[in-house]
Design a protein around this ligand. Structure first.
Ligand SMILES: Cc1cc2nc3c(=O)[nH]c(=O)nc-3n(C[C@H](O)[C@H](O)[C@H](O)COP(=O)(O)OP(=O)(O)OC[C@H]3O[C@@H](n4cnc5c(N)ncnc54)[C@H](O)[C@@H]3O)c2cc1C
Length: 403
């Protein structure tokens, strides 16, 4: 397969995966075109947890100091029992010799997108086109791929030597290439609300990241620089309108932290939760990365992080292909195997089991799990092993071992 060809690499979607992939490729002298459907970058309430290996990767494109400046460095996080307030606290300094970033960074994902798109302006070999939504893949041949794109001037065909579909779970690149996205959708939706109210007043010794198990209503409390984000499951059968209403959100917040007056609520988002993986991450010159390739529940913060790990795996291979160090077909097929098997075998299993643990109905099983967390957190050897796994260091390393 010839590479790079005369046409640029097209990246569809300026989310965290597409924007960081585009920046890396631009920095490595590729011609790139980043297509974003929206007129301006969305500032939605989605991922806020960056794990250590993702930060180690993002360091390579020079964005980490600015991301850290806008976020909150979180060296410790907790697993709690909502009924008893018992907690086990994990200290990421146990993995300080495994990573340059032995902490979680809490910062909204859109801030990364903004930094990357801003930096892309410095590269004459990069174009960021807003208000350009991919409609479909028109076809591919031995040298490139044609995309039909909706632009402010009407529909037009844009050709790339490769196309990387990073436009999220509803990826048109994936759907119109006939790649299946098998898996399931949970019956309940998740609700995220943000508040500036200091929730730490209600919970003794609360960390900035807390997974709080409960048989009736588990929740996750995450702090960003200026606010708390609270994630709840909702009950199936209630209309979306009711679930997103002020009344419902206030009730859920008061059940968590009873206070006389209302909570000041910033964003609130209701969303469907899926566990899905694409059948392949590569079809000829069409490549998938991020949510367009896999999606999972947010418990453990592995969606965006896994997507960034896809992106960095792929871009390294594209550089090696361009430099004639590896065969294109072999390398891109290996990308598919390394990242798809990782999503299927680790991320899907891990996030499904995280959700089961949070909603455990059997009080004895819950008590046992909480005691196990406490025992692990208190033992430096066990804690280190646990953290290497949950911070995704181990799974990134194992993915590169897949032939
Ligand atoms: C409430 C919530 C909390 C989460 N928390 C975490 C967390 O803490 N940690 C974590 O790792 N993950 C988390 N996730 C998951 C995370 O948000 C996603 O995995 C991540 O956004 C995927 O990034 P992406 O770049 O692949 O896609 P997206 O972020 O979905 O970006 C896709 C981009 O493509 C654009 N686009 C869409 N269609 C087209 C088109 N046809 N043409 C051109 N552009 C298009 C979109 O406008 C968007 O800018 C969370 C998700 C939710 C909903």
């Amino acid at each position: 397969m010839a590479f790079p060809g005369k046409d640029p690499i097209i990246i569809a979607g300026a989310g965290p995966v597409g924007a960081s992939v585009a920046l890396y490729l631009a920095q490595h002298d590729f011609n790139v075109v980043l297509l974003e459907k929206e007129k301006v970058l969305p500032e939605d309430l989605r991922a806020s947890t960056f794990h250590p290996p993702s930060m180690d990767m993002l360091d390579e494109i020079g964005v980490m100091p600015r991301l850290i400046e806008q976020g909150l460095v979180v060296p410790k996080y907790q697993y709690r029992d909502r009924r008893t307030n018992e907690y086990a606290e994990f200290d990421l300094s146990h993995i300080k010799d495994e990573t340059k970033h032995p902490y979680r960074l809490q910062v909204e994902q859109w801030r990364l997108n903004k930094i990357c798109c801003g930096d892309l302006k410095n590269y004459p070999n990069a174009k960021v086109l807003f208000d350009h939504g991919v409609i479909k893949v028109n076809g591919q041949d031995a040298d490139g791929v044609d995309l039909l794109v909706a632009t402010p001037d009407g529909e037009r065909v844009i050709r790339g030597s490769y196309v990387i579909g990073c436009e999220g779970a509803n990826s048109m690149v994936r759907q119109t290439s006939g790649i299946e996205y098998g898996g399931f959708t949970y019956p309940e939706k998740f609700l995220v609300a943000s508040t500036t109210f200091p929730l730490e007043k209600f919970f003794p010794r609360l960390a900035a990241v807390n997974y709080i198990a409960d048989p009736d209503e588990w929740c996750v409390l995450l702090r960003c620089a200026n606010l708390w984000r609270v994630l709840f499951p909702t009950k199936p059968g209630i209309s979306d309108q009711e679930l997103i209403s002020d009344k419902y959100v206030q009730e859920r917040m008061h059940a968590l932290a009873p206070k006389k007056d209302g909570f000041e609520i910033g964003h609130k988002t209701l969303y469907n939760v899926h566990q899905r993986v694409a059948d392949t991450y590569r079809k000829g010159r069409i490549l998938l990365a991020g949510d367009s390739a896999h999606i999972n529940n947010p418990l453990g913060g592995m969606g965006m992080n896994g997507g960034l790990h896809d992106g960095f795996n792929l871009i390294k291979k594209l550089v090696e292909i361009r430099d004639g160090k590896v065969d294109a077909d072999a390398a891109l097929d290996q990308y598919d195997r390394q990242r798809r098997l990782t999503a299927t075998k680790f991320v899907q299993e891990h996030t499904i089991s995280n959700k089961k643990a949070m909603e455990e109905k059997d009080p004895d099983a819950q008590k046992k799990r909480q005691a196990e967390y406490a025992r692990t957190a208190a033992d430096p050897v066990l804690a280190r092993k646990f953290l290497v796994k949950t911070s995704m260091i181990q799974v990134v390393r194992e993915s590169y071992e897949i032939q």
